[in-house]
Design a protein around this ligand. Structure first.
Ligand SMILES: [Zn+2]
Length: 83
């Protein structure tokens, strides 16, 4: 079986718990969706990613946001978004 990867953040989705809304047909993982399985907004994802980067690295707010946006742009869900 082909492993599914979240089209918004690249996380591999292995168990049903990893899928947004616990639906195996969801293209996005549980971190990128609300509890119904709908994709979060771009602004929300940038914020999530930014906070994660600040927590795990020594970057300032502005730099972390830039990295977050660059990283998100690599995924199908956000590739056409204007930054
Ligand atoms: Zn995701």
């Amino acid at each position: 079986m082909k492993q599914k990867i979240c089209e918004s953040c690249g996380m591999p989705m292995k168990s049903i718990e990893d899928f947004g809304g616990k639906k195996s047909e969801n293209k996005y993982c549980n971190h990128c969706t609300d509890n119904k399985g709908n994709l979060k907004s771009y602004t929300e994802k940038v914020k999530d990613f930014k906070n994660m980067i600040i927590e795990t690295n020594d970057f300032g707010e502005e730099q972390a946001e830039k990295i977050a946006k660059e990283r998100l742009k690599q995924f199908p869900a956000w590739k056409d978004i204007e930054i």
